[in-house]
Design a binder for this molecule. Structure first.
Ligand SMILES: [Fe+2]
Length: 212
C-alpha cells in the first residue's frame, strides 16, 4: 500500500516580530521569484537568446543524465550473477561520475540565468530515456539499457554542443564536449566490452578446441 504523503503545513502569515527573537520562523510560504523556463539577466556578455537556447538544451541533457545516474544505482543494487562483484563496483563508479555531470549541468543552467530541473517527478516527465521495470533484469539487458541511455545523452549533447558553438556560448559547448560527450563515450566503452561473447576458459579454435 503506498503511504499517504503528510499534508503541507497550513500557510501562516509571517509574524512581523517573533514573540521570542530566537524562535525559528517555520512554515513560511510565498510566490516563486523566477518561473521555470524564464532567464534573468546574467553578467556574462552573452545574448539572452543564446542563454535561453542553452538553458532549454541543458535541461534536456540534465533530465537524461539524472535518469542515467539513477539507472546506474538501480543496476548497482540489482545486478546478479558471476560478474556481480565487478559490475556492482563499475556501476557505482559510473554513478559517481554521472553525479558530477548532473551538478555541472545544473550549475551551468543557473549561471546562464535559467532554472535547472531538480525533482524526480519533473525529470521523469522530461527524460527521453525509457522507464525501466521496477523488477530485476539479467545483466545483458541491464547493460543494453544503459548503453541506450548513453546514446540518448550523446545524441542530444552533440547536437546541442554545435548549437552552443554557433550561438557563441563556448562555456556550454565546452561542458558538453569535455564532460558529457567524452565521459559518456568512455563509460559506454567500458559497458560495451562486457557484451562481447568471448570464451572464458578455452579459446575458440585454439589447441584445446578439438578436445571439446
Ligand atoms: Fe553501494
Amino acid at each position: 500500500m503506498p503511504r499517504a504523503s503528510p499534508p503541507m503545513p497550513a500557510t501562516k502569515p509571517t509574524p512581523a516580530r517573533p514573540a521570542q527573537p530566537a524562535a525559528p520562523l517555520t512554515g513560511q510560504h510565498a510566490h516563486e521569484i523566477q518561473a521555470f523556463g524564464a532567464v534573468v539577466p546574467a553578467p556574462i556578455a552573452l545574448a539572452e537568446s543564446a542563454r535561453l537556447a542553452s538553458v532549454a538544451n541543458l535541461n534536456q541533457v540534465l533530465a537524461d543524465t539524472m535518469t542515467l545516474r539513477d539507472l546506474y544505482k538501480k543496476h548497482h543494487w540489482q545486478v546478479s550473477g558471476a560478474t556481480f562483484h565487478e559490475l556492482h563496483l563499475l556501476f557505482d563508479k559510473h554513478y559517481e561520475q554521472q553525479v558530477e555531470f548532473v551538478d555541472e549541468l545544473a550549475e551551468r543552467i543557473m549561471m546562464l540565468g535559467g532554472i535547472s530541473l531538480a525533482m524526480a517527478a519533473d525529470v521523469a516527465e522530461a527524460t527521453l530515456i525509457p522507464r525501466p521495470p521496477k523488477g530485476r533484469e539479467e545483466v545483458p539487458v541491464m547493460i543494453s539499457r544503459l548503453l541506450h541511455a548513453h546514446e540518448v545523452v550523446l545524441t542530444g549533447s552533440r547536437t546541442m554542443a554545435r548549437q552552443a558553438s554557433a550561438d557563441g556560448d563556448d562555456g556550454t559547448n565546452d561542458l558538453l564536449v569535455s564532460s558529457l560527450i567524452r565521459g559518456n563515450e568512455m563509460q559506454a566503452w567500458f559497458l560495451a566490452e562486457h557484451l562481447v561473447d568471448t570464451p572464458l576458459v578455452r579459446a575458440d579454435g585454439g589447441p584445446g578446441a578439438s578436445r571439446r
